[in-house]
Design a protein around this ligand. Structure first.
Ligand code: SF4
Length: 325
């Protein structure tokens, strides 16, 4: 009897151990990983290659953004809606299971490892809300959870699944040593929604804008963000690499400001702005540049395909600090 599991692979140790436990009893594994602007599948790709399993990578940006605006089960410490995110991922994995004639979906979740998203109730919610209740197997904690359909049908031997509970990673580390797994990422590492600064910027974006494009989210990853008014935010590059990214992400409707005579940041005003805001943005540009503090200096602004000079003195640091998002 050939049995196939669709395994969520994050690149973390738990997800690798879950795959190993299933492989030990001869289950074929197809890995699945997800991409959004908040997290990528790079680590999953690497791990899949190392442990020799095929990997399906799905971009789920639109679904994830729609969920992120109003997650039914709320946010974790920052803007991470982990329960709803798991539901979405398990649902997508379930759809792949159906498409490919798989037998179940497997995850690396461990009962009680994270109080909010991996308690018994949360694991139950994830399975039932995904629409694949009975088909969501957690090999690392399976013996502490109700038997799934593949276990009841004898496709998976429940006795050879594990009973890991809680935050200690001792048993997973022992498994890593046993299987010679050395390359894995830290738990929850890599998701920007768990980063407090990014979460604050993302909240600001939700509050200010109706629509949202992937570029708006990409911009949140770069530079200092300062809100000048309800309608106007500026982004200040902090180093050469960030200046280049801002220039690369700039679009025709944006305003771009830089110092004419001194090294300094690129300032991007997404969506552009009027003259008053250009002057404020230019003064902030001067503050973060090598221009002298109390002298008039010239910034250049590119707007609507033309460039023009703006003469300013550098803004005052304390006042600018209050604008930082
Ligand atoms: S940490 Fe990020 S990627 Fe992981 S479940 Fe939470 S929201 Fe999703």
């Amino acid at each position: 009897m050939s049995v196939t599991g669709i395994a969520l692979v994050s690149g973390g140790l738990d997800s690798i151990c879950a795959v190993k436990v299933l492989q030990e009893q001869g289950v074929n594994i197809i890995g699945i990983a997800f991409e959004t602007p908040f997290f990528g599948a790079g680590r999953a790709r690497k791990v899949a290659e190392e442990i020799g399993i095929p990997l399906v990578v799905l971009t789920i940006t639109d679904d994830h953004l729609a969920m992120l605006r109003a997650p039914r089960y709320g946010y974790g410490k920052n803007l991470n809606p982990c329960i709803d995110c798991h539901i979405l991922m398990v649902k997508k994995a379930g759809d792949i299971m159906k498409e490919r004639g798989g037998d179940f979906v497997s995850t690396g979740e461990v009962l009680g490892q994270r109080p909010m998203s991996q308690g018994k109730q949360s694991l139950h919610i994830v399975a039932s809300r995904s629409g694949y209740d009975g088909y969501v197997l957690r090999p690392l904690s399976a013996r502490l959870l109700p038997a799934t359909i593949p276990e009841k049908e004898g496709r998976v031997d429940r006795e050879r699944l594990l009973d890991i509970r809680g935050r200690s990673r001792k048993r997973q580390l022992a498994m890593a040593a046993h299987y010679g797994i050395t390359s894995y990422s830290s738990p929850a590492g890599g998701c920007l929604l768990t980063d407090p600064v990014f979460a604050r910027r993302m909240r600001d974006l939700f509050a200010q804008r109706g629509g949202m494009e992937t570029r708006d989210i990409e911009l949140l990853k770069t530079g200092r963000h300062l809100r000048l008014s309800d309608d106007i935010k500026i982004i200040v590059g902090r180093k050469e690499g960030e200046n280049k990214i801002l220039e690369h992400l700039a679009e025709g409707r944006d305003s771009i400001i830089w110092m004419r005579d001194f090294p300094g940041p690129t300032v991007l005003v997404p969506g552009g702005c009027g003259d008053d805001a250009v002057v404020r943005a230019a003064a902030i540009c001067a503050l973060y540049s090598d221009a002298p503090a109390d002298e008039e200096v010239v910034a250049l602004c590119r707007r609507d395909d033309s460039s023009f000079p703006v003469t300013v003195t550098a803004a005052v640091k304390d006042e600018v600090s209050r604008l930082i998002i």
